[in-house]
Design a protein around this ligand. Structure first.
Ligand SMILES: [Zn+2]
Length: 456
């Protein structure tokens, strides 16, 4: 999600970049919206990063270990990395030659990596990580706050603080150790597995063992109480900026019920931890579904919590093969808001659909671009991605009925759990479950320009 739109939406984000890798074999197709992002020739299995934050200067010093498997012979390869000064690179313990391209770290191992081989790349780097301005003008990447810093990475900002293969389809596990001044806390994704104590410093070690797209990694460093609870059968960690604590706590207290509700519809919660981050970043007012622990850069409201929690299934567990399929994230999380309201004495999804359908065709913001075909990176988080996108799902529900609709969503979450999927696969599943020919409906709602006709 990103941006704060109509009262019942608030959401995710974006930008553009990165490049190439090496060897000589076939190339993975380029990410259409960010042709410079991502690198061919390997699949990452694990990121381990040890990052020290210096509160006074805003600088970081870090050591990253990237464990990957070569999908082709690699005489050289690259990682996405914006800015930062790289001081050392080695591959499987041997020093490697490296240089920088725009937004890339290009590496030449002493010995080429054979196809199918596991290899580990060490990168030592330092500097003041950058904030990325996206094609839609939003900000992401590394953001300094009044009491620390935070990292939000949708769609490409993670490369501002971590060398990575910066495409959603290359998921990996993450081990993130954050060393900060003693007076601050540091939170990331997954479980807190330890706190190292040195004079004047603390090191918070977080592990997200389930597959995670780089854009879903987060860091939040700042003042506040880091609390641990057990909710909905899960260990849960929460860090709230003291400025926002009073008004955030009553809303976040509803997270267990939201998780239970969504488990009842979509199936078991896909990760082994939960929680929330609330921080204050001047000029940035969106929330993001960072894996297992969404981050809210404002006092969250309940419908936003419902939205970000729904993303744990749709977007995080069932990931995107390509950014133009963003409807599978935002349309679904927005529809989940509507359905939650319906089941909690609010307006029904059908009522919301009908009210929105009265909006005239001349309202380009609602109807353009079609949610299945955003066209450019600038439109990734357009209103239509969310609202017309949720209407597409409600139109499906009207066509097939509620029970088959819920079955489709549950099977979608189950059959693509931890994987990366595309819209075509969703249409095929919806047709299989319902037994209906749904091509015309999805054509109208996902791809046709302008306001969809009632039937076609
Ligand atoms: Zn969202």
């Amino acid at each position: 999600m990103r941006s704060a739109l109509l009262s019942c939406l608030t959401f995710c984000l974006l930008a553009a970049l990165s490049g190439s890798a090496a060897g000589a074999a076939k190339e993975r197709p380029r990410e259409p919206f960010f042709p410079r992002a991502g690198n061919v020739g390997y699949d990452v299995a694990n990121y381990k990063v040890d990052l020290t934050f210096r509160a006074g200067s805003g600088k970081v010093r870090a050591l990253a270990m990237i464990g990957a498997t070569a999908t082709q012979r690699l005489s050289r390869f690259s990682l996405d990395l914006f800015g930062m000064r790289v001081t050392e690179v080695s591959v499987d313990g041997e020093p490697a030659r490296f240089n920088r391209g725009r937004d890339k770290l290009k590496i030449e191992p002493r010995t080429p990596v054979r196809r199918g081989e596991r290899f580990e790349t060490l990168v030592r780097y330092e500097g003041r990580p950058e904030t990325v301005t996206d094609p839609d003008g939003g900000h992401e990447g590394w953001i300094e706050t009044n009491d620390g810093a935070l990292a939000v990475g949708e769609p490409i900002g993670t490369a501002s603080w971590l060398p990575c293969n910066n495409v959603p389809a290359d998921k990996a596990s993450f081990e993130i150790a954050l060393t900060v001044p003693e007076r601050l806390k540091a939170v990331s994704n997954g479980r807190l597995v330890g706190i190292g104590r040195d004079p004047g410093r603390r090191t918070y070690v977080w592990w997200e063992r389930k597959p995670m797209s780089p854009y879903l990694a987060t860091v939040d460093i700042g003042r506040g109480r880091l609390t641990k609870d057990r909710i909905a059968g899960l260990p849960s960690w929460t860090l709230i900026d003291p400025l926002l604590e009073k008004y955030s706590l009553p809303i976040l207290a509803k997270l267990p019920e939201v998780i239970r509700f969504e488990e009842g519809i979509f199936g078991p919660y896909p990760f082994d931890s939960a929680g929330s981050i609330v921080d204050f970043a001047p000029g940035i007012g969106y929330a993001l579904e960072t894996q297992s622990r969404p981050i809210y850069l404002f006092v969250p409201d309940l419908t936003t919590v419902v939205h970000e929690t729904a993303h744990q299934w749709f977007g995080n567990s069932v990931g995107l093969q390509r950014w133009p399929n963003i409807w599978l994230n935002e349309g679904f999380a927005t529809w989940a808001q509507w359905y939650y309201a319906e089941r909690h004495d609010g307006r029904s999804a059908r009522q919301i659909f009908r009210a929105l359908y009265k909006v005239p065709a001349s309202n380009a913001e609602l109807w353009e671009p079609p949610s299945g075909h955003p066209g450019t990176a600038k439109n990734l988080f357009a209103t239509s991605t969310y609202v017309r996108g949720a209407m597409a799902l409600e139109a499906l529900r009207i066509k097939v009925g509620t029970k088959p609709m819920l079955k489709i969503l549950r099977r979608w979450a189950t059959e693509h759990r931890y994987a990366s999927a595309n819209i075509k696969q969703f249409v095929a599943l919806a047709e299989e479950v319902s037994g209906d020919e749904l091509g015309p409906l999805f054509q109208r709602w996902l791809y046709q320009r302008g306001k969809p006709l009632p039937r076609g």
